[in-house]
Design a binder for this molecule. Structure first.
Ligand code: ADP
Ligand code: MG
Length: 693
């Protein structure tokens, strides 16, 4: 074996060859998507901490992260409520309390009166004055011994077992490797600002000059440059994937207008104008010889299902097969029931690939699908497993798109008969502003159903503090006595499925005691899928009257008889999530209610959010407000932004850059295909892995 030092590192070397990285770290780095040295360069700080100047104790600001320095005037352990260590600091201008709930004897001893402490953390103004809970800190005998940093401290996304310091040293080595690599700085036609290497240096190792303010605001030219690079790479990638699908042949399905008329004839309601418009978009797409790649966006209850049904009917009428994939078994069953009702009279069989089918039943069914005898197949993602073969699949519909990523969508193309790629229709109930859709769904055409079917009574929303729980219970009792049903949604601020499940279980227990006349059901994310299904089904059938649930009910389950929803801790949820939850009621003819419960006192911002919920039922308006109130990045939740995995760019904050970059991406694809691939590899990773483009 060669000694490690002898290996000349390149950007493509495994990151584990770096000094201080060994094999033990490999797995942890992989959890951060870091395999090669180059990946470290693009593992960018998500923010900076400013530990350059200690703030005087009379200049503290509530809610801000700050560096402070003071003399210990007193340190003691209190037992009121929770045991805590309290350290009072003093700097002649003011005082500040440091509080620790987890501490050891040695820590306690170190805070000797008269010693100096430098601490960093979020400052709060509490009932006992200024304080920081669990700060990072150092202790010394004199103030002079506590030097502040002379540069901003970059903060990287971490995983367990890796510290900021460790990542910092690895990144520094990666920068050195990049500096030696003459090929690293690609010329990127059309982009201005510092070159890639200079930008990376400025961001990873901030200089100690006036740039700090810009960096902290993500306004530094280096950040702008990388944001442009990343968004360009993303657009290039999505366009290449789209072009790859669009360049394949598909089966033209021409009679969508006829299908629309036939379906209208068996439906008890008339299509809305918005539905007809979107059906028109789809009809045009599927009549073409290239696969449709279309997303339908429409608020909960806007009637996306029938729109998809028309396209499926067009496929069936032409003698082809269509498949619909729903995110849960229960939703699949719901679709199956509706489609059977609609397509039965038209003479088309609908088949449900249910999870509970016996092996022999399933095999028989799959044989019929493979023989092309089944025109319409409905199920969960099981529909697209390898064991399911279609003879003539021409159309795929995916419901509630946010559960499926680009890769899964691309896998669909192999499902069509030889050479033919199925048309793809994706339905999403997450309303997002148009500018954002251009980033998230850059590979899709988008149609919007922006009108609800007539005759809906809007959900009446009220906000109530927890003190009014007795009133809320009484209201639930009344509603259920009238034969209706109720949801009780438990939410926790920490994203712990375990704690949330526990809270739901406890709540269900309490409610059973408080409302003994009601049958109370329970569904949460820690239950097995079939337990969940059973609980949901019992509620759907009216066997339980009050369903205690965590946010797992968010996705499109339809129980029209449920007319009231209580959401606990509503002040902690984002608007979009509240809106999704609320969409579960107001599906029947009676007036429905949504009660947003909160623990007072609540912040101004939370108060505004609740006010928006009371003021409107319009998902797009709510999405826009969410954007303004919560700020960029949060609107979609981690789940969705995670899907497209952006590192520096923010699809909300940077939306205005997109149109120009889309244009640039088109130019690049024709003029600089080689650079395009390099840029994609750098920012997005190995695209070819999932899309042999
Ligand atoms: P979503 O867009 O949330 O998936 P659905 O497709 O489930 O909404 O439709 C919600 C309800 O509205 C269903 O019961 C459906 O039958 C009904 N619906 C759909 N279109 C119309 C319409 N044009 N007029 C009246 N009711 C409709
Ligand atoms: Mg739906």
């Amino acid at each position: 074996m060669r000694p490690r030092q002898a290996v000349a590192l390149t950007l493509q070397s495994a990151a584990t060859y770096l000094k201080g990285a060994g094999p033990a770290l490999a797995m942890r780095l992989r959890a951060l998507n870091i395999e090669r040295v180059q990946d470290l360069l693009f593992h960018l700080p998500t923010r900076y901490e400013d530990r350059r100047n200690a703030v005087a104790l009379n200049a503290l600001k509530d809610g801000e992260e700050m560096l402070v320095r003071g003399r210990v005037s007193q340190a003691d352990v209190r037992y009121a409520g929770r045991r805590s260590l309290r350290v009072l600091l003093d700097d002649d201008k003011g005082t500040l309390l440091l509080r620790f709930f987890h501490f050891n004897e040695q820590q306690k001893k170190s805070f000797e009166a008269g010693r100096w402490v430098m601490a960093y953390g979020t400052v709060r103004f509490g009932s006992q004055g200024w304080e920081i809970v669990h700060p990072q800190y150092r202790v010394a005998e004199s103030a002079e011994a506590l030097k502040s940093e002379d540069k901003l401290t970059p903060i990287y996304p971490l995983t367990t077992g890796i510290t900021q310091a460790k990542l910092g040293t690895l990144v520094a080595q990666a920068l050195d490797v990049a500096t030696r690599d003459l090929a690293f700085n690609l010329a990127l036609p059309g982009l201005t600002g510092p070159d890639t290497l200079a930008a990376l240096r400025a961001i990873h190792r901030p200089a100690s000059d006036a740039d700090a303010a810009l960096l902290l605001q993500m306004q530094h030219p280096a950040q702008k440059r990388l944001i442009h690079e990343e968004l360009l790479a993303h657009q290039l990638c999505m366009r290449m994937l789209r072009n790859a699908v669009k360049s394949r042949p598909a089966q033209p399905l021409s009679a969508a207008a006829v299908a629309q008329k036939h379906l209208q004839d068996v439906l008890p309601f008339k299509f809305t104008g918005a539905q007809e418009r979107v059906m028109g978009d789809i009809a045009k797409d599927i009549a073409a010889k290239r696969p449709m790649l279309r997303l339908i966006q429409g608020d909960v209850g806007s009637g996306k299902t029938v729109v998809a049904a028309v396209a499926m009917l067009a496929a069936a009428r032409a003698g082809w097969q269509a498949a619909l994939m729903a995110p849960t078994e229960l939703l699949a069953e719901q679709h199956y029931i509706n489609f059977t009702k609609w397509f039965g009279p038209l003479g088309f069989e609908v088949v449900f690939l249910a999870g509970k089918l016996k092996k022999s039943q399933k095999e028989k069914l799959l044989a019929r699908v493979a023989a092309g005898e089944v025109p319409l197949l409905i199920g969960t993602h099981a529909v697209f497993q390898d064991t399911v073969r279609f003879q003539k699949l021409a159309l795929v519909v995916v419901d509630e798109q946010h559960r499926f990523g680009v890769q899964q969508r691309l896998a669909l193309r192999d499902k069509g008969p030889k050479m033919l790629t199925p048309h793809q229709l994706i339905m999403s109930a997450t309303p997002i502003p148009r500018t954002l859709a251009q980033t998230l769904y850059a590979d899709l055409d988008v149609s919007v159903i922006d009108e609800l079917p007539p005759g809906r009574t809007p959900v009446v929303t009220v906000a109530m503090s927890n003190e009014r729980r007795p009133d809320v219970l009484a209201r639930i009792g009344e509603v259920c006595a009238q034969g209706r049903q109720a949801y009780w949604v438990c939410t926790l601020v920490e994203e712990s499925e375990h704690l949330e499940a526990q809270a739901a279980e406890e709540t269900a227990e309490t409610l059973r005691k408080e409302l003994p006349q009601l049958k109370v059901g329970l569904v949460h994310g820690r239950m097995k899928p079939d337990e969940k299904e059973t609980a949901m089904r019992a509620f759907k059938l009216g066997e339980t009257q009050l369903l205690v649930a965590t946010t797992v009910i968010e996705v499109g389950v339809d129980v029209p008889n449920a007319s009231i929803m209580i959401i606990e801790n509503a002040e902690r949820l984002g608007l979009s999530q509240l809106h999704q939850l609320r969409g579960r009621v107001g599906r029947g003819a009676v007036e429905s209610q949504c009660v947003l419960m909160y623990q007072s006192p609540i912040s101004n911002n939370a108060r505004q959010r609740l006010a928006v919920m009371r003021a409107t039922n319009d998902g797009f308006q709510i999405a826009q407000q969410d954007l303004e109130l919560r700020g960029p990045g949060e609107i979609l939740g981690r789940r969705q932004t995670g899907l497209i995995g952006l590192k520096v760019a923010d699809p909300v904050r940077d939306a205005a850059l997109i149109p120009a970059l889309q244009q640039l991406a088109d130019d690049w694809l024709t003029q600089y295909p080689r650079e395009a691939k390099q840029l994609i590899t750098r920012w997005v990773g190995d695209v070819e892995k999932y899309a042999q483009v």
